[in-house]
Design a protein around this ligand. Structure first.
Ligand SMILES: [Zn+2]
Ligand SMILES: [Zn+2]
Ligand SMILES: [Zn+2]
Length: 125
């Protein structure tokens, strides 16, 4: 069983690693013929649980996945903003962390901050 599972994971991870920007589930699925979409989705969810990747939900409900830099399983600790370009539709992670002060007793588990606009390439075109 493990033999079958690991290459799929590695394949998907390799795609995530090869992209400079967050990658949509759709785009990953389009690059893989031998793994079905549901399995790809399950693996991506696992990556999110394992602290390997995080999910960004775009305006239209599309899901994008980006690699985490130094998260651990069950513990994401970034709250950076994401930017989606209205023209080329790419989604990228911004490096800078933002500080959010929450009322006492509130704990952040996921932060999906998304800005829409035009990226540096599209705004000058
Ligand atoms: Zn993370
Ligand atoms: Zn753009
Ligand atoms: Zn991100």
């Amino acid at each position: 069983m493990k033999r079958r599972k690991t290459p799929s994971k590695e394949k998907i991870l390799a795609i995530l690693k090869s992209q400079d920007y967050a990658t949509s589930h759709e785009k990953i699925a389009n690059q893989i013929d031998d793994i079905n979409r549901a399995t790809i989705y399950r693996i991506l969810n696992q990556f999110c649980e394992d602290g390997i990747a995080h999910r960004i939900i775009a305006e239209n409900g599309k899901q994008f996945f980006a690699l985490c830099k130094d998260c651990e399983a069950e513990e994401h600790h970034h709250n950076h903003l994401h930017f989606q370009c209205n023209t080329c539709e790419k989604v990228e992670c911004f490096e800078s962390e933002i500080n959010i002060s929450l009322p006492n007793g509130y704990v952040i588990e996921n932060f999906n901050g998304l800005i829409n606009g035009f990226c540096n390439l599209c705004s000058s075109a």
